[in-house]
Structures are given as structure tokens and as C-alpha cells.
Design a binder for this molecule. Sequence first.
Ligand code: F6P
Length: 356
Amino acid sequence: MKIGILTSGGDCAGLNAVMRGIGLYVYQNIPGAEVVGILNGYGGLIRGESRPMRREEFEGILNVGGTVLGTTRTPFKMMTVSEEDGGTRLEKMRANYRKMELDCLFTLGGAGTHRTAALLCAEGCNVIGLPKTIDNDIYGTDVTFGFHTAVDVAAEAIERVRTTAASHGRTILVEVMGNKAGWLTLYAGMAAGADAILLPEIPFNIDRLCERVMQNVREGKSGCVIAVAEGAVLDSEAPFKRKERAFIRVERGENTVTNHLAEVIGERTGTETRASVLGYIQRGGSPSAYDKVLSTRLGSYAGKLAAEGRFGVTVAVCGNTITFNALADIAGKYKFVDPSSEIVAAAEGIGICLGR
Ligand code: F6P
């Protein structure tokens, strides 16, 4: 059995650990198995770029951040567009899948990667997806690998900022990644004891937010910390589409929602205000112990699916069980924070302001 592996989309902790799970399972349990790594995501499959991955390579990568295969973002909507030579990217991928004589392809990626994986399946390729992203927004799985490591990193950063906010009596806003889904901000903010948490799923009211800052002042608490998702939305912006909002912000000369908010809060509350954008610090580095275990379970399970000849699926976590969903059922869907869920109620129940 000849097996291909690719990693696609933004990197995160656990990509190498998942590949290790797949590789070690496959070499241990499928006699005569051969594994090749496709370089730089779907781009490598489009161009036919791959390299062999021997068993020994997988042994040393459990702890290694990023992806040893490289990755790219290859937009789903471009897959079926004809290129200059007349062929589509999808046709090229299918042709290279055949040329490489693959029996199965593992695609490690987020929601976009899964959409393309479903397309490849429909074209007759044997694909098994694995749910990667710090955003935790893949439909049909309780959790994605990389998420909890990013939560740990972001929570530690917010916690550290909290001591500076307290020492200086400042209001500090910390921007956390997550354009469409606020899972990372919600978990990191709660884990770090933030006073307010702003999510893309819950448009916030600036007056309520300023009121929360003033509450700390009135109660004599030194400083205030606000965790802001990069995709957080003012209630006045809520009627607009994401791209329209981005355009309006650029027109207003705002680089991020967080810097703009820091200015407004400073003016309105009279507190000394600062903003801190965490950026890629949240994506890089070694996986946490939780993610190493999860990645190993997901990779090993995916290897077992291949051994059983079960394709057209993506591995998922349901409660404490590893299971799978049909790619066709989850492709194009997202998992967002439900504003009426227990976790949101728990945060608001202890006085964390969600801006509503
Ligand atoms: O999808 C993961 C993610 O980290 C998002 O949270 C973030 O909005 C985006 O990737 C950043 O993407 P890029 O790597 O293209 O800057």
C-alpha cells in the first residue's frame, strides 16, 4: 500500500505528531507499506512534488513544531478554475495522485483543506482527513489538534499581561487569533481570568464594555484585561459582511480592531490603555502534552482506517472517543461558539463581560 501525507493551511502544533501517529501505525501494521510526503500542501500535489518518508523519520518528530513537509494556503475556490495550460488544479492533483501510484492520501488541515479533500474524493481519490487548527472550528469534531496548545500559549500570555495591567493600573487589550470563530479567545480568556472577552459570534456594545472597565475602577481593582478575537465585531458593524467590515476598517485607517478599541476605551474611560497583538506566537512551537496524546490517537486511528480501506472520511473526537465523519457531510461547514451555550453562560455568570 502506497500512502501519501500532506499538511495544508496555517501551521499549528501537533502536525508532526499526527504524521508520526500515521507513519508509525502504517509501518507497524500494514505489511509492505510505503509512505511519501507531499511537499507544501496541495501545492505539492498540484506540481507533483513528493519525497519518501521512512519509518525512522517519524520517530523523532513528536515534539517538533510546524510541519516537516511544509504547508501553503491553496484557496478552495481556485481548485476548479482553469489555469493557463488549460487544466484545473483539481485535475492536476488527481493526475499526480495516479502518477504517484497512491492508494490513499492523508490530508491534515482545517475547514478549507477538508473542502478540497471532499472534492478529491468525489474525483475517485482515497482520502482520509485529519482535523487541524488553532481555531477549533471544524464541524463534527469536539476538538481539533493544535487548539489546546494555542490555548495554553495565549492564556499564559494574557496572564502575564494581567500582571502588567495590575502593576500600572492600565486597561490592556490582548488580540487573540480567530477570524470567524472565537473558541481560542474564549478558552484563553477564561483560563487567564480576563475581565472581558470579545468574540466574532457575539457582537459587542462599546458602552457595555466601557462600563465593565469602569466597574473595575469603581471597585478599586487595579487594571483591566480584555481578550479580543481578531474577528471581534462591534454591534454597529454586525449587519455588514466580513469583507465589507474589513474594507470599512481599512478606510478608517485601523489596522486591527484591537488598536481601535484601545483608543476608544482610553478616551471614554480615562484609563491608560494599551493593546498587544499575540499573532503567530500562538501557532508555532511544540505541542502540549494534551496535543501530543490527541495527535497520536488521531494519527494512529487514521492509520487503522487506511488499513481497513475506509476512505472518504475525516477523523473526529466525540466525547472521549475517536471516530470519523464522512468528508461529504462536514465539508463547507463550521463549528462556532454558541452564544447561548453553557460555557458562555459560565463566563457571564462570574462577571466576565462578553460585551452584550
Ligand atoms: O486558521 C488559523 C489562523 O491562525 C487564524 O486564526 C488566523 O486568522 C489565520 O490563520 C492567519 O492566517 P495567515 O497564516 O494566512 O496569516
